[in-house]
Design a protein around this ligand. Structure first.
Ligand code: PMP
Length: 288
């Protein structure tokens, strides 16, 4: 029986229950994170990737939703490492913290409610295939805009948007969905940021494109600049620019670096995994 962190203590998962009346269940009023820990068999150690950065993002996002976890980044890191020790995983592991409106009152609002907080961990291999090259397509669902539900904030309710797109993509035979913004610009995947390579330049939609400000995105921008010396551009990207690109890939904590070989049934570049994607993927796996 795995241990989880809930109500300010560690407890067996089966005891960590919430009421059917919980406000967050009805209105999606929660902020969550997704964190990976990598098992290093040679050393018998689990390495959590950029744990403080994830909790820093979470606490900032909680401010937007008026959620008060009552703990700082240091304390959240400490209790998460303790939880991983208690669960003694010996494989790659996913960590899911969630802060939510725990009040049982009826009504969508954020002020005057109590905040609940929980963390659980589970074994997790690849979320998307990272070896074959994905076939993806633009969704008929547009991305929620910053002035509707901020995608930047990893709000639970916002993931209905992702769920609609991901199921549509699967039903159409795609491996993953891509979103356009309400303005018709390239945004991101259902749970990944997107990059393209054109003429040796690495390009990704900028932070005003209704994206989640991904930690993997930031990591890859740094690796590209500092390790590969590649010019990088954060800027608006049009849909057909992807069709013309030499390479496309998705990235995220779950997805890691996942090459894309087809967009809207059009082959990208040679229709195989490109050299920049392969180098960045290798650098990323080395780093984590
Ligand atoms: N966009 C969305 C919508 C996501 O859910 C995720 C996964 N957290 C990402 C991008 C990638 O973010 P990160 O690299 O921080 O995991």
């Amino acid at each position: 029986m795995p241990t989880v962190y809930f109500r300010d203590r560690f407890m067996p998962q089966e005891q960590a229950q919430i009421s059917v009346r919980t406000n967050a269940l009805h209105y999606g009023t929660a902020v969550f994170e997704g964190i990976r820990a990598y098992w290093e068999p040679g050393e018998g150690q689990l390495y959590v990737f950029r744990l403080p950065e994830h909790y820093d993002r979470m606490l900032r996002n909680c401010r937007v939703l008026h959620l008060n976890v009552g703990k700082d980044v240091k304390e959240l890191c400490r209790l998460t490492v303790e939880l991983l020790r208690l669960n003694a995983h010996r494989e790659d592991t996913y960590v899911r913290p969630i802060a939510f409106v725990s009040s049982e009152e009826i009504g969508p609002r954020l002020h005057g409610y109590t905040t609940g907080f929980a963390v659980f961990t589970l074994p997790l291999g690849d979320y998307l295939d990272t070896s074959q090259g994905l076939k993806v397509g633009f969704s008929s669902w547009r991305r929620i805009s910053d002035n509707a539900i901020p995608a930047r904030c990893k709000v639970a309710g916002g993931y209905v948007n992702s769920a609609l797109a991901r199921t549509e993509a699967a039903q159409q035979g795609y491996d993953e969905a891509l979103f356009l913004t309400e303005d018709g610009l390239v945004c991101e995947g259902s749970a990944e940021n997107i990059f393209l390579v054109r003429a040796g330049r690495l390009i990704t939609p900028d932070r005003s494109a209704d994206i989640l400000e991904g930690i993997t995105r930031e990591t890859l921008l740094t690796l590209a600049r500092e390790e590969l010396g590649l010019p990088v551009e954060e800027r608006p990207v049009g849909r057909t620019e992807l069709y013309l690109a030499d390479e496309v890939f998705l990235c995220g904590t779950g997805a890691q670096v996942a090459p894309v070989v087809e967009v809207d049934r059009r082959p990208i570049g040679e229709g195989t995994i490109g050299p920049v994607t392969a180098r960045l993927q290798r650098l990323y796996f080395d780093a984590v």
